[in-house]
Ligand binder design. Structure first.
Ligand code: SAM
Ligand code: SF4
Length: 468
């Protein structure tokens, strides 16, 4: 049996993509190898969002290339965003790589690997000429996934609801690597959630680069793209036309999944209809990741984000009216070209005004071909680093304030698995805070109520008050 070793870099979408690749290829007869040395096929699923991630992948594949000296038949592949963006550089810098396949070609992998193997058999060995580059599709045919499923064991699961991105944020490479937006038919999503619930998963995270524009374009050409579509949306008829708030309501009505999360939401498309659906659907957790990127209007404009800091804060106000306990997290980029101390102060002010439970802070990294990369990357590295550290410290303060406010309260936890010590269990609140409780019996997959007694670092500690 052929053995496959796969390593993944990057975001949650990449994690889910890797699961899909494992599922498709194991259905084709591959077995997972525990180490690259034991594999016949090695795939790196890569990320291009920042240059650092690309360099790591180049370095890793460079190391793995050494395995080919002893085993020339080994197939080495780079898949995902970097394959799309750096197709030529990969073949030039890494002559040992046999396969490059972008995110839109992920479902072609079973056939692409078979093609390389057939070529090799017919040539009785193989040469550099049998390399395959697949990067030309405009989007992934979400409705034509080859059979096979693999899931990381546990009680939480990712469910892809859309691929690609139609936005044009000036710093971001994703629209170029993942292609245009395409939404997965709702029925497929519902069926997948049903299967996952039956298999014991209790919490689903719906995935897309901008889930709030779900429904704009389906593979069969339908969707609400265009002004007429938007008007028809107001009719609220989920059977004929579906957008993201309607999808949440449909999942609530048609499945029995106890907890739903989703990521990522672009603030421009996060509307009152979304907040109302979050309020009305008991399964949807009181938790929203709403990347703001900057608190300065000047920088937001240069990033082409389509909102001002004031408009963002107004949305948070509306959301808090509908979902008072909402727990918020965000992404921030520090050191975008031209970011002054005043711009950075505006970001600090916005973060304080919102009071996030979590913030992912990124140092700006110019990406080739983006509009921002045409500008001077003029914020010195040490200034980026200092701003990064300042925001992380601020974030830690805000988290502690939140944790303090929870002391003595009782909260629902979904137990995800054992903690680090014996008879300890790790779970998450609906607001996505991690918590540990002691209990002598296994609790994985159970919903329990716990009274929060203390916190340390980013973890809450509690005592069980009931088990359901
Ligand atoms: N679609 C999501 C959204 O609109 O917020 C985010 C997707 S992106 C893969 C995840 C995060 O990476 C972004 O929110 C942004 O903060 C960060 N990011 C994207 N491009 C970047 C760049 N060139 N340099 C630094 N951080 C970047
Ligand atoms: Fe990138 Fe902007 Fe699309 Fe998010 S919305 S993936 S940041 S272009």
């Amino acid at each position: 049996m052929r053995k496959l070793w796969l390593s993944s870099y990057g975001c949650q979408m990449n994690e889910r993509d890797s699961e899909e690749v494992l599922g498709m290829l194991t259905a084709q007869g591959y077995e997972m190898a525990s180490e690259p040395e034991a594999a016949d096929v090695i795939l790196l699923n890569t990320c291009s969002v920042r240059q650092h991630a690309e360099e790591r992948a180049f370095g890793k594949m460079g190391e793995l290339s050494a395995l080919k000296k002893e085993r020339p038949k080994l197939i080495l592949g780079i898949i995902g965003c970097m394959a799309k963006l750096q197709q030529d550089a990969i073949f030039k810098r890494l002559p040992t790589v046999d396969l490059v396949a972008g995110p839109a070609e992920l479902y072609d992998l079973p056939y692409l690997l078979a093609e390389i193997q057939e070529q090799r058999q017919s040539m009785n060995g193989g040469s550099v000429n049998d390399r395959v580059m697949a990067v030309g599709r405009p989007f992934r045919p979400l409705h034509q996934r080859p059979p096979g499923d693999y899931r990381t064991p546990g009680v939480t699961a990712f469910v892809t609801i859309m691929e690609g991105c139609d936005k044009a944020c000036t710093y971001c490479i994703v629209p170029r690597t993942r292609g245009q937006e395409i939404s997965r038919p709702a029925q497929d999503i519902i069926e997948e959630i049903d299967r996952l619930v039956a298999a014991g998963y209790r919490e689903m995270t719906l995935l897309g680069q901008n889930v709030n524009s779900y429904g704009k374009r389906f593979p069969d050409g339908t969707g609400y793209k265009g002004p007429l579509g938007r008007l028809r949306l107001l009719e609220e008829d989920p059977e004929t036309l579906l957008d993201f708030p309607q999808l949440l309501r449909l999942i609530q009505r048609r499945t029995s999944v106890p907890r739903v999360r989703f990521t990522t939401s672009h603030p421009f498309d996060a509307t009152e209809r979304l907040f109302a659906a979050m309020r009305d659907c008991p399964s949807v957790c009181e938790s929203l990741h709403l990347p703001v990127q900057s608190g300065s209007d000047r920088i937001l404009r240069a990033m082409r984000r389509g909102y001002t800091a004031h408009a963002y804060l107004k949305k948070i106000e509306q959301l808090r009216r509908d979902v008072p306990d909402i727990s918020l997290s965000t992404d921030i980029i520090v050191g975008f070209p031209g970011e002054t101390d005043q711009d950075f102060d505006a970001t600090i002010r916005l973060m304080r005004d919102v009071g996030y439970d979590n913030a992912y802070v990124f140092k700006y990294s110019p990406r080739p071909g983006t509009d921002a990369a045409a500008r001077d990357d003029d914020v010195p590295h040490d200034v980026k680093e200092h701003r990064n550290q300042t925001l992380l410290a601020l974030q830690q303060d805000m988290l502690q304030r939140k944790q303090r406010s929870l002391l003595g309260t009782t909260t629902e936890l979904l137990i995800e698995g054992p903690g680090k010590r014996p008879q300890q269990w790790f779970g998450r609140t609906r607001g996505y805070l991690g918590a540990i409780i002691d209990h002598h019996e296994p609790l994985t997959g159970r919903f329990i109520h716990a009274r929060i007694t203390r916190y340390a670092g980013s973890t809450l500690f509690g005592e069980r008050t009931d088990v359901s």
